[in-house]
Structures are given as structure tokens and as C-alpha cells.
Design a protein. Structure first.
Length: 147
């Protein structure tokens, strides 16, 4: 009898680091059930059968109406994160090129989208996002959160 053991699974997500003039684009979560009222970056889970790059291009268009080309994205940080009941792998991608002006496309999930000074993030920024931004500014490619 061949019994297959269930393998451990990670939940993958992509995050966009969009910086211009020493400011980073942040969105305030609203009505999602997770970190509502706190600022994060444009982000989303992989839907399956897509890469981190494909996911962030899709999510960026869906959430902020910005178009990004795959060749303009660069992985700038990876985070292994533990939350109650699961572990996650977060891929932070940055670009200096995009088309369009950021605007809220999902008002039922986001109630603010604006640029903040990198050295003066809102107090209510999601903690692991603050950590990632700090690591990116120090060229630290990998970090862990929640252990």
C-alpha cells in the first residue's frame, strides 16, 4: 500500500515596492478582515499557475491601474513569515518604470492610496511591511518575521 504523505505548504504572495522621489506608494487596507486600517504596499496572493512577477503585474493593475512590464521588475527582498496556522513566503519586487497614475481601483478593499516619505512612514504601517522596507533600504535580501 502506497500512502502519500501530505506535504507542508507555504502561502505565496507578491508585493510591489514603488518608489519615486524618495517616496513609496502605500495603500490603506479597508474591509478585508486582515490589517484593516493599516498601510501596506500593493500586493496579492498568487492564484496558482502564475509566477511572482505575473501575480504582481496582475495585482498592480487590479488594485491601482498601473501597468508594469515583466522585464522592468526586480526582486529586492524575500521574507519567510509565520502567522497563526500557516507560513508564508513573500516576494517583494521593485520597478522604476510604469505606465499610468496610481488610483484606487478597489474602494471596497482600500480607502487610501498615496505616496509617503521613506523615512517617515505612517505609524499604522503593517509591521512586516515596515520590516521589508527597512531591509530593502539596507540591501538585505532575506528576512524572517513572526517566529
Amino acid at each position: 500500500m502506497n500512502i502519500k504523505k501530505e506535504r507542508f505548504k507555504l502561502v505565496p504572495a507578491s508585493y510591489l515596492i514603488l518608489i519615486k522621489d524618495n517616496k513609496i506608494l502605500l495603500s490603506k487596507r479597508f474591509n478585508t478582515g486582515y490589517e484593516d486600517g493599516n498601510y501596506s504596499v500593493v500586493a496579492g496572493h498568487l492564484d496558482g499557475n502564475e509566477t511572482f512577477i505575473q501575480a504582481i503585474i496582475r495585482e498592480t493593475k487590479e488594485e491601482s491601474d498601473i501597468d508594469i512590464k515583466p522585464e522592468d521588475l526586480k526582486v529586492v527582498h524575500m521574507m519567510h513569515r509565520k502567522v497563526p496556522g500557516e507560513e508564508r513566503i513573500d516576494c517583494f519586487l521593485a520597478t522604476k518604470k510604469w505606465q499610468g497614475k496610481p488610483k484606487i481601483m478597489e474602494p471596497h478593499k482600500c480607502d487610501d492610496l498615496k505616496w509617503f516619505e521613506l523615512d517617515n512612514l505612517p505609524e499604522n504601517t503593517v509591521l512586516y511591511i515596515k520590516q521589508a522596507i527597512d531591509c530593502i533600504s539596507k540591501n538585505i535580501f532575506y528576512s524572517e518575521f513572526g517566529w
